[in-house]
Ligand binder design. Structure first.
Ligand code: HEC
Length: 110
């Protein structure tokens, strides 16, 4: 019995240690993947005031601030009429992955 508990603990901690590598440096996701995983749920229907993916007018207004501002607001979070959570609420995303997802949404909305 004690042996089995041990094995369990080892397998579990290995899974936790492995996680940051799987999500971070070794295996960066493309903008489309990040979008589908972490942004689409709000941006596809414009939930809570989010600029809808594909809504050219909405994105034109956002883009008027400059792309760098949009990147920064996506990474740090942004609140005007609605609430954009930092990194879309997915803290495992790198800055590059968030930026790639912003690029992807902009591409789909021009
Ligand atoms: C929980 C819902 C939600 C998720 C998930 C979400 N967003 Fe948003 N996002 C919003 C809302 C709401 C706004 C509008 C905020 C406002 O204008 O007050 C917004 C605004 C933005 C803007 C415009 C910011 C600006 O300065 O005008 C960008 C860019 C953006 N989101 C990118 C992303 C990216 C990239 C992801 C995925 C990594 C993501 N969002 C995930 C809700 C979400």
């Amino acid at each position: 019995m004690p042996n089995r508990t041990m094995t369990h603990a080892i397998v579990l901690s290995a899974a936790f240690v492995g996680l940051p590598f799987a999500n971070g440096v070794a295996n960066a996701s493309t903008g489309e993947e990040v979008y589908k995983k972490s942004c689409r749920m709000c941006h596809v229907r414009g939930m809570a005031g989010a600029p809808k993916t594909g809504d050219k007018a909405a994105w034109k207004k956002r883009l008027a601030k400059g792309k760098e501002t949009l990147y920064e607001n996506s990474i740090k979070g942004f609140r005007d009429k609605g609430m954009m959570p930092a990194r879309g609420g997915d803290s495992s995303l790198s800055d590059e992955e968030v930026k790639a997802a912003v690029d992807y949404m902009i591409e789909q909305s021009q």
